[in-house]
Design a protein around this ligand. Structure first.
Ligand SMILES: Cc1ncc(COP(=O)(O)O)c(C=O)c1O
Length: 300
């Protein structure tokens, strides 16, 4: 999170524009606004597998565009961008002289798809250093090592000027990640990477439980996540009528009263109010129990 704050403060001037996917995890976009810049949404569509298409991005480029923000695996939909799409985004950024900020917090939480790191892909494609320096990659220990409480993440950039500004911003805000969390992060890196397999096995079980709970409900269209740990469902208003709720906010409150946490679509952008996101990052036993309650609540 702090990496996102810092990088936008480094790169943006008031009035700049950054192209972002919509829906998008709110905080990524809020950090652009905090830098007094304007997030410009590209609407992702359910029918299209929530792919962030280069052509749709290009249509939003203006003289004020400074960067393209990419997040794959994607929060909230769980979509993972295919290699060809990422190559298209690289070509676009090079053509228009733009930065790419790529948030790869869920790089290790992938099920059926393969995650390609944008900067690595750019290097493989033989792009020159000047362009590579315009790609800023953000990673986190929160998901790969289930360490979100410890607040450790990092930025990778080859641009010396950006690095210098990052150090200054860090010095004047958090003045470095606390040393206890840094030691924990070192231990996480030293640990047997096999832990990931076990973690993914559990996430697969939870994903299946959630999809079973959410499938076959008239008016609810769950998207099969290829990465991350969320199920994003598109809602047809017939569901509101049947359940006697006003909208997705109201549905989310109704579910909260039954003990189920969720996030309504409008917290992720301006064009996704008829949607709801469920997370399965809590323990498998809790997901199993919650899935039963959720299924019953949505089928009444
Ligand atoms: C897309 C995305 N990026 C970054 C983060 C930030 O994670 P953290 O601040 O825990 O590293 C999150 C957390 O949910 C996220 O969903």
């Amino acid at each position: 999170m702090h990496a996102l704050y810092v990088i936008w403060q480094c790169l943006l001037e008031p009035g700049d524009e950054v192209i972002v996917p919509d829906p998008m995890w709110t905080e990524a976009v809020e950090n652009i606004r905090l830098a007094e810049a304007r997030p410009v949404p590209v609407i992702l569509r359910h029918e299209d597998g929530y792919v962030y298409h280069p052509e749709a991005i290009e249509a939003k480029i203006t003289p004020k565009t400074r960067a393209i923000f990419v997040n794959s695996p994607h929060n909230p939909t769980g979509a993972v961008l295919p290699k060809e799409t990422l190559l298209g985004i690289l070509a676009l950024a090079e053509k228009h002289g733009l930065h790419i900020v790529t948030d790869e917090a869920y790089e290790d939480i992938v099920y059926d798809a393969k995650h390609h790191s944008l900067a690595a892909l750019a290097e493989q494609q033989g792009y020159d250093e000047k362009f590579l320096d315009r790609i800023v990659s953000i990673f986190s220990f929160s998901k790969s090592y289930a360490m979100s409480g410890l607040r450790v993440g990092y930025i990778v950039t080859g641009d010396d000027r950006v690095r210098e500004r990052i150090s200054k911003l860090l010095r004047c805000t958090i003045n470095g990640v606390n040393s206890i969390a840094q030691w924990a992060a070192i231990e996480a890196l030293r640990a047997d990477p096999a832990h990931l397999e076990g973690m993914l096995k559990e996430y697969r079980i939870r994903r299946q439980l959630m999809l079973e709970a959410l499938s076959g409900i008239p008016g609810l269209d769950p998207f099969l996540p290829e990465g991350a740990f969320y199920v994003w469902c598109r809602i047809d208003p017939v569901l509101y009528q049947r359940l006697g709720v006003k909208d997705a906010d109201d549905l989310s409150s109704r579910l909260a009263a039954e003990g189920i946490g969720s996030a309504p679509g409008d917290s992720f952008g301006l064009h996704c109010e008829d949607a709801i996101r469920f997370a399965y990052s809590c323990g498998t036993a809790m997901v199993r129990e919650g899935a039963k309650v959720l299924s019953a609540a949505l089928r009444t």
